[in-house]
Design a protein around this ligand. Structure first.
Ligand code: PBG
Length: 332
């Protein structure tokens, strides 16, 4: 036994660098920072108090005032940015509340920028929450399709109205063709050439958005989103989609969902070398929450591992419902 032990003269012993916490910390390749985090918030015109989303424990639909308070608290935790979703009291076939000057998101942006001027306010630019049918664009009922170019016109109006309200970054999530270039032109013409575009560039038609649609009340009333969101089987197409957005002027690109698409996060970061965001979506949140509430997973350990995996795969920015918790955990 002692003979065979002495025969083992390994030059490379990777375990040497894992011996103590300090050494492990020194050679750690990827770290999550609070400055990477973006907190999504749902702001509803329909609720009179902060209301829980049943499939996303710990996530709420906020009133405007509660949302402002949440932003102040998030900023104190060290979260640098929020991503706003609006739930209007009235929906119609033109998504008119998506671009109304006094729409819920427009009012929220102004109130949040007033209360916490340094917090970066990002708005999700989409029509689904504002359309009576829940699709991300104008529906041609006779042909049974979502019209691209007509929808882009409304999406541009929404983005410009968010900029006018004071948004720092607009984040189009609709997946219509040509929307990034159209939004860039619209913003520039309206005098908002400094407003950043974070494009949901590789956004897949995913079943992992289920809980979000409860939170945002945005489930399509008929059909699905397969004619505009991407087929989960397509990787080369995700790179082409991202390339179009980059060419049209996206400042930040995004891969969404996160966990099942880490391969694409890596490829998008490698290929375009732009600030790259990942959306840790509602279904990813719900599954870890549910398992940890059952005592089957350690929530904090799993979430920190997940955030580190996003960084390792190339994410610069992480949109996550855990943003406040992660920012606090990183400080402890
Ligand atoms: C709006 C939008 C969706 C999400 C972000 N923006 C839903 C959808 O496309 O159906 C999903 C976010 C999540 O699941 O956390 N189009």
């Amino acid at each position: 036994m002692s003979d065979s032990h002495s025969l083992l003269s390994l030059v490379r012993r990777p375990r040497r660098l894992r011996a103590t916490p300090t050494l492990r910390h020194m050679v750690r390749e990827h770290r999550v920072a609070a400055s990477d985090l973006i907190l999504p918030l749902f702001i509803s015109e329909k609720v009179t108090e902060k209301t829980s989303v049943s499939s996303m424990p710990g996530v709420f639909q906020f009133t405007l005032d509660d949302a402002v308070a949440e932003c102040i608290a998030a900023w104190k935790d060290g979260v640098p940015a929020v991503l706003l979703f609006g739930i209007p009291s009235v929906k119609d076939e033109d998504a008119s509340q998506a671009y109304a000057a006094d729409g819920i998101v427009q009012r929220a942006v102004a109130a949040i920028k007033h209360a916490v001027p340094e917090l970066i306010v990002i708005t999700d630019v989409c029509l689904c929450e504002y359309m009576s049918h829940g699709h991300c664009g104008i529906v041609d009922h006779e042909r049974g399709t979502v019209c691209n170019d007509e929808s882009v016109e409304l999406i541009v109006k929404a983005a410009v109205s968010h900029a006018r309200a004071g948004a720092d970054i607009v984040a189009p999530s609709d997946m219509m063709d040509g929307r990034i270039g159209a939004i860039r032109d619209g913003l520039d013409e309206a005098g908002f050439s400094d407003v950043v575009i974070m494009s949901y560039s590789a956004k897949f038609c995913s079943a992992f958005y289920g809980p979000f649609r409860e939170a945002a009340e945005s489930a399509p009333q008929f059909g699905d989103r397969r004619t505009y969101q991407m087929d989960p089987a397509n990787a080369a197409e995700a790179l082409r989609e991202t390339e179009l957005d980059v060419d049209e002027g996206a400042d930040i690109v995004m891969v969404k969902p996160g966990l099942p698409y880490l391969d694409l996060l890596w490829r998008v970061k490698e290929r375009f070398e732009l600030p790259t965001a990942v959306y840790n979506v509602s279904g990813e949140y719900a599954m870890i929450k549910a398992a940890s509430q059952n005592g089957w997973l350690d929530e904090r350990a799993c979430v920190l591992e997940l955030m580190t995996a996003f960084k390792r795969a190339g994410a610069d920015l992480i949109i996550t419902y855990w943003a406040r918790e992660v920012a606090r955990w990183l400080r402890e």
